[in-house]
Design a protein around this ligand. Structure first.
Ligand SMILES: Nc1ncnc2c1ncn2[C@@H]1O[C@H](COP(=O)(O)OP(=O)(O)OP(=O)(O)O)[C@@H](O)[C@H]1O
Ligand SMILES: [Mg+2]
Length: 356
């Protein structure tokens, strides 16, 4: 059989694999790349929409099985690659060239774990092979430099661009590098607005697949400026079992909807307790509240993070748990949530592009 005919047989076989998120087969989605055929040996790559895809191993196994069944094939080798997608250009005042997806992490209430989650998600995405950045947009209480143990100030280029700080493989920038939080408290809305805008314009992120933005709690000036001035892939809302009862998270979701920001999902923090001594999981609250809330608001539920005293000590030590204890249960939960988030971003991008 000629190689062209063999190639066609391979593609026909692979058409049986459907991406459940995008509702199309992987050949139509153009995931199959670089097919090489040499006698009975077949090699090709699957180029997914994110390196953090929870589906990747399954696709690989399925592809190997299906192609392996062709009678002339003796050996199949499938490699996984990715090309992170982004939304079609949105008309916004500030463009961040090179940044494919900006994700805002928000909450109605303070202290629910936004900063901790933003840092660990960025690290988890980076560990899957994505280029990730982290922006601390909390003018009133920047905390990411502390969480990541960063003490140095960012460099400024000759063109007056700020260069983010490299830490644990991700790029970090914080408004706290530039302003004194005590001073910011007395600022009025328009000052916060222009500061945040100026800052967004001045940072040189280079190439990023995901930029995770840690917002201040609530729905104040900084949040509005951010969501209005830069193109967002979407927002993630963090809540806790206690905050859920007061429906504050619901208010944040409706605000985002009013501003046409796509809500990528809800993360529930401190949903149950993992004992740092015995590792046992204890249910303190009614389990499943976050999931019910997400269902009620018709947004995806990304997962529940346990209350784990080790997280606090990791935060204090300047090394988030995904970095300091990659084998822990919490770190694993973060990686799963990061995968689901990446998946939701890919779905939203496909919908916005008309691919889905
Ligand atoms: N799952 C968790 N288990 C244990 N401690 C946690 C967990 N999540 C967050 N914390 C701790 O709770 C505190 C508040 O977390 P964090 O600063 O991330 O919240 P935040 O929502 O960003 O707060 P703010 O609204 O002030 O910006 C920190 O000390 C953090 O270490
Ligand atoms: Mg915070």
């Amino acid at each position: 059989m000629a190689n062209d005919a063999k190639k066609q047989e391979i593609l026909n076989a692979l058409k049986a694999i459907i991406d459940p998120d995008l509702g199309k087969d992987i050949v139509t989605l153009d995931f199959v790349k670089d097919i090489e055929i040499s006698g009975g040996d077949v090699k090709f790559a699957l180029e997914l929409t994110t390196p953090a895809s929870p589906m990747k191993e399954k696709f690989k196994t399925q592809a190997e099985e299906l192609v392996g069944k062709l009678d002339w094939v003796s050996n199949v080798s499938v490699s996984l690659t990715s090309k992170v997608t982004s939304r079609p250009k949105q008309q916004k005042e500030i463009r961040l060239p090179g940044v494919k997806n900006v994700v805002a992490v928000a909450s109605g209430k303070g202290g629910v774990g936004k900063s901790t989650i933003a840092a660990n998600l960025a690290l988890a995405l980076s560990k899957e092979g994505a280029k990730a950045g982290l922006l601390d947009a909390d003018v009133y209480g920047p905390s990411l430099p502390i969480l990541l143990g960063v003490r140095e100030m960012p460099q400024v280029t000759e063109g007056k661009k700020l260069i983010p700080i490299d830490r644990y493989g991700i790029k970090l920038m914080s408004l706290g590098f530039l302003v004194d939080a005590d001073q910011a408290v007395i600022w009025r809305g328009p000052m916060v607005h222009s500061l945040v805008q100026q800052f967004l314009r001045d940072v040189d992120w280079g190439e990023l697949d995901y930029l995770i933005v840690d917002l201040p709690p609530g729905t104040g000036d900084a949040q509005l400026t951010l969501t209005q001035s830069i193109p967002l892939a979407g927002a993630v809302v963090v809540t806790t079992p206690q905050a859920m009862a007061s429906s504050i998270a619901g208010k944040v979701v409706s605000l985002f909807r009013k501003m046409n920001v796509h809500v990528l999902g809800v993360i529930e923090n401190m949903g149950y307790f993992i004992c740092d001594g015995c590792g046992k999981e204890h249910e303190i609250f009614d389990r499943g509240g976050g999931e019910r809330m997400a269902e009620h608001l018709k947004i995806p539920f990304l997962g529940t993070i346990p209350l784990d005293p080790r997280m606090r000590s990791a935060d204090d030590a300047g090394m988030p748990v995904v970095e300091s204890k990659p084998d822990s249960k919490v770190a694993q939960v973060f990686r799963e949530i990061a995968g689901k988030l990446a998946q939701q971003i890919a779905i939203a991008n496909a919908e916005a592009t008309g691919l889905k």
